[in-house]
Design a binder for this molecule. Sequence first.
Ligand code: NAP
Length: 287
Amino acid sequence: MLQAVSVVHRGLFHSCAGLSVRMSSTGINPKGLLANRVAVVTGSTEGIGFAIARCLAQDKAHVVVSSRKQQNVDLAVATLQGEGLSVTGTVCHVGKAEDREWLVAKVLEHHGGLDFLVCNAAVNILVGGTLKASEEVWDKILNMNVKSPALLLSQLLPHIENRGMRAVILVSSIAAYVPQAKLGVYNISKTAMLGLTRMLSLELAPKDIRVNCLVPGVIETRFSQFFWNDFKKEHKLQRQIPDMCSVLLHMLGQPEDCAGIVSFLCSPDASYITGESFVVTGFSPRL
Ligand code: NAP
């Protein structure tokens, strides 16, 4: 009993902030929580995806990182391998069918299949209100943020191994709960991810594949720089966010704050959790 509690505790409350500060294994599975599993993480050469890739690899999964640019893939792979982690990488622009096929081929070639898919890559176009957005902008955002995770999953599905723990993690945003005026269609695409999570969890339950959703708040990455840069300078963010909510832990989240929950959701500790969304926002945006 004590052992089970300590595993859950570790999975839930200790972020993968880097090798030096990560909790060591409790000894329950000395090989690592996710040993001998293969995880594919899209958009994982920096920011939240990179932190997730590192955390999964620290839990001893083999991780396939990917993004649009070869040089970014090479750098991310070199960095993580330099930390002694089991990581390979390949280029994949998730909005391009041929790149998704390439990713599938590489996963099969190197690993023969996979256990976990984390759909993290997304696009964010600052067009303001939805009614001002062109059809091209609607198509680009919905194609990238909503369609491509579903299409990639359907391409990888025949190759998701039946080894007892199989999980898909989609990435939404606080903008799904608290839409931001500047973000227009992006807000809607991220709300759609909550629906996609519910729908896919239903479809994949008979196959014993769990589907859950990570909902990051304002996390200090390049992606959200437009949002936090000015506020940070003027120390306004802290005042703005509590207007939308009641409690704020601290000013900005870091990518590592989003990583431990993904490892947990892939682990056996989450074996009875599916169709659920997990907010990592420093406050509670829900009732
Ligand atoms: P980030 O730091 O800008 O990193 C984005 C990563 O995705 C990079 O590795 C980038 O590498 C890759 N990428 C970009 N476009 C891609 C594409 N079309 N196909 C494949 N890879 C692509 O972003 P982030 O802040 O970590 O955001 C990651 C996810 O979290 C997104 O789904 C975002 O909506 C969500 N999110 C972020 C925040 C936040 O505050 N940061 C808040 C809520 C939700 P390349 O340039 O080499 O492609």
